[in-house]
Every structure is written in structure tokens, then in C-alpha cells.
Design a protein around this ligand. Structure first.
Ligand SMILES: [Zn+2]
Ligand SMILES: [Zn+2]
Length: 363
């Protein structure tokens, strides 16, 4: 089958890491290839309808992935972990986790608790390390087919358009994270209005959050969408958000702030966003990380001086994934986040699309 294969290459890794978005896209370590579709006992063949490009895919391609998670991926791999498939004529969201159950192993302590996203055996057993989209043995969604066990397939409720249904996976990540903010704070600030930040705003309201919901958006079109999705107010920068709520103090050359936001959701996935989130959280506040900054220089004093608490959300339990799929019918408008739908061969354009880019493999 045709698929987009990622093959690590040290020169390209360092080139892309150094030059960032200026690195020639055609030289990124991704290519359209003919790859075999493996057979695997207990796994079903699912035709890919749509598959999203996630920030972590771009981080991988541009050499920005955190080094400490590298041993838990295996390459070369067909990328794509946001997967909308078709099985026996029905649309299904694919949970891409490859935990103990998929690896034919007895459940580890985390899997026993249902926390498959925290599985301790993701680099063990007969399957190569990593989930679908980061796995050498099983292809991810940027190809014509994926293989998944039946319990990893979630039927899409009738009437949900495909371009909304494809958000099931990132929605599940955001849902898990937002639930960690409970009991609901009186105020939430969401930092970064890319796909994840906008999902967070939309989902908070869908979950019945009635408190004050604020956002930081870089671009005017993101700010408009944030308001349409339920934000009460939108700042143009983190600095503006900080000055709006915190008091500034100066001593010699130094400055510091008192006050801030009860809960800050970091949805930009950048080191800068992380630093800003820590500064924006008020004394005793919470920071939720929905993105994945790697090696960063950060002032950690807010954890101690302001007793800020930090939470993260990486993946999901089966129940969280099911709940996310169940919310799709009421999440009207999510499909407006789609910036373009591309055939596999148009990947150089897809990687720089504005908004959420999706692949629609033929075949
Ligand atoms: Zn992702
Ligand atoms: Zn496990």
C-alpha cells in the first residue's frame, strides 16, 4: 500500500532542527513509499478515511521531539496517530495505543488500573516500541490501511461529519487533561489557540463549564474562533494576559508578579508557552500541559514560591476515548478547524497548512 514513511536521518535531523521552518520541506525525512501491509493475529484491517497531522508529528519531523521519549518510538514508521477509519462499511475512530493487551503481555500495574496510556510495557513484547503512528511493525494513519484490535475501534455516532470525527483522538487527550482541573476552577486561561487550545475551549463549554473562560490567541482569526467556541475574553499575548490580572513589582533590575489565573491550560506545546504558563498561574494555581515541550530552560521557582501545581495529559484510558467519541455529535463546528484535506503525495503542502491538516489516502 501507499504510505508516508518516516525514516530517521541524522543529517536531516540536525538540519531541520537548526533551520526549523526554513529547512527545505522536500528534504524532511518523510517520503511516499510502497510499504507492505502486515498481517497480525487478533488485529483487524481498517481502511483509513482521514488522518490528522499533530503537533508532535511536526516536532518529530523538525527534530524537536524530547530526547527522553525517543526509545519509546520505533522507526522507520508510517506516521499518523489521529485516525478515522472505515471497518465493514462503518466509520470508526481508532485508539492508537499499543499497550500490554495489544502486545500479548499480561497487564502491567498501570494497564491493570485502566491507564493504558501510561503502560510500562510500551517498549516490550513481540511488537516494536511505540503506538500506531510511531511504530515500525504496524503502520499509522498516513497510509491506506491500519491494523488495530477490535476493542481499539470506536463507532462514530450517526450524523457526525468525517472532518469532525477525525478529532476524536486529540479530543480524548484534551478531555483527560481538563478533567484533572476538577473541581472546576472559577476561571480558566487557555494559552495558545491552535487546534488543541480551541478544542480545550470548545470542550470546556461542552462539559458544562460555566466559569470565566479566557484565552490567549496570536492571530485575529484564532481569537474570533475562540469567542465563537465560548471564550469570554481573548488576549493578544501572554504578557497582556499577565498585566490584566497580576500586579508588577520591581527591585533593582528585577521584576516579578503577584496574582494571576487560577488555572492555566498550556496548549501551545512550546517551551515559551510553558514559561508563560508558570508566570500566569496565580499563587496556589494549576498549570495543565497539553503539549510537549522538550529540553527547555525554565525558572522553576513558581512551583515553590507560588506553590503552583503542574498536570499533564499525554493520552487516555479506553473510557476517556469512548467519552470523547460520544461527545462528537454535540461538538458542532469542530470541523471548521480543518485547514485542508490532502492526498498523501501533497504532504509538503499539508505540513504548512493553516489550521488542522488532514490526509485522505486513496486506495
Ligand atoms: Zn497527537
Ligand atoms: Zn501495560
Amino acid at each position: 500500500m501507499k504510505a508516508l514513511l518516516y525514516t530517521p536521518s541524522l543529517p536531516r535531523f540536525f538540519g531541520a532542527r537548526l533551520l526549523g521552518k526554513r529547512f527545505p520541506r522536500k528534504l524532511l525525512p518523510l517520503r511516499l513509499a510502497e510499504v507492505p501491509l502486515p498481517e497480525r493475529e487478533g488485529f483487524l484491517r481498517v481502511r483509513v478515511r482521514l488522518s490528522g497531522i499533530c503537533g508532535s508529528d511536526l516536532a518529530l519531523l523538525y527534530g524537536k521531539s524530547p530526547p527522553s521519549i525517543a526509545p519509546f518510538f520505533s522507526f522507520p514508521a508510517v506516521l499518523g496517530h489521529e485516525i478515522l477509519g472505515e471497518y465493514e462499511g462503518s466509520l470508526v475512530a481508532v485508539n492508537p495505543l499499543l499497550a500490554c493487551a495489544d502486545r500479548g503481555l499480561p497487564p502491567c500495574p498501570r494497564c491493570q488500573e485502566g491507564e493504558e496510556g501510561l503502560c510500562q510495557n510500551v517498549a516490550e513484547g513481540p511488537l516494536a516500541p511505540g503506538m500506531l503512528g510511531y511504530n515500525r511493525d504496524l503502520p499509522g494513519g498516513w497510509g491506506e490501511w491500519v491494523l488495530a484490535r477490535p476493542e481499539r475501534l470506536y463507532p462514530i455516532p450517526p450524523g457526525v461529519p468525517e472532518e469532525r470525527a477525525v478529532f476524536a483522538e486529540p479530543l480524548a487527550v484534551v478531555l483527560r487533561g481538563l478533567n484533572k482541573l476538577k473541581p472546576w476552577p472559577e476561571e480558566v486561561l487557555v494559552l495558545g489557540m491552535g487546534t488543541i487550545g480551541l478544542l480545550a475551549v470548545r470542550l470546556l463549554r461542552a462539559l458544562g463549564y460555566t466559569g470565566r473562560l479566557l484565552a490567549v490567541a496570536k492571530y485575529p482569526h484564532q481569537a474570533e474562533r475562540a469567542k465563537a467556541f465560548g471564550a469570554d475574553g481573548v488576549y493578544g499575548s501572554a504578557k497582556e494576559a499577565l498585566l490584566a490580572r497580576a500586579r508588577r513589582y520591581r527591585y533593582l533590575l528585577f521584576e516579578g508578579y503577584r496574582g494571576g489565573y487560577e488555572a492555566v491550560v498550556e496548549a501551545s506545546g512550546s517551551g515559551r508557552g510553558f514559561r508563560e504558563a508558570l508566570a500566569l498561574a496565580r499563587e496556589g494555581g494549576k498549570v495543565l500541559l497539553l503539549g510537549a515541550p522538550g529540553l527547555e530552560v525554565v525558572d522553576l521557582s513558581p512551583f515553590w514560591f507560588k506553590e503552583v501545581a503542574l498536570w499533564g495529559s499525554y493520552t487516555y484510558t479506553r473510557e476517556e476515548f469512548r467519552e470523547a467519541v460520544g461527545l462528537l455529535p454535540e461538538l458542532e463546528g469542530l470541523e471548521s478547524l480543518v485547514g485542508g484535506v490532502y492526498p498523501l503525495e501533497a504532504w509538503p503542502e499539508a505540513l504548512v497548512a493553516k489550521g488542522k491538516a488532514l490526509f485522505r489516502p486513496k486506495g
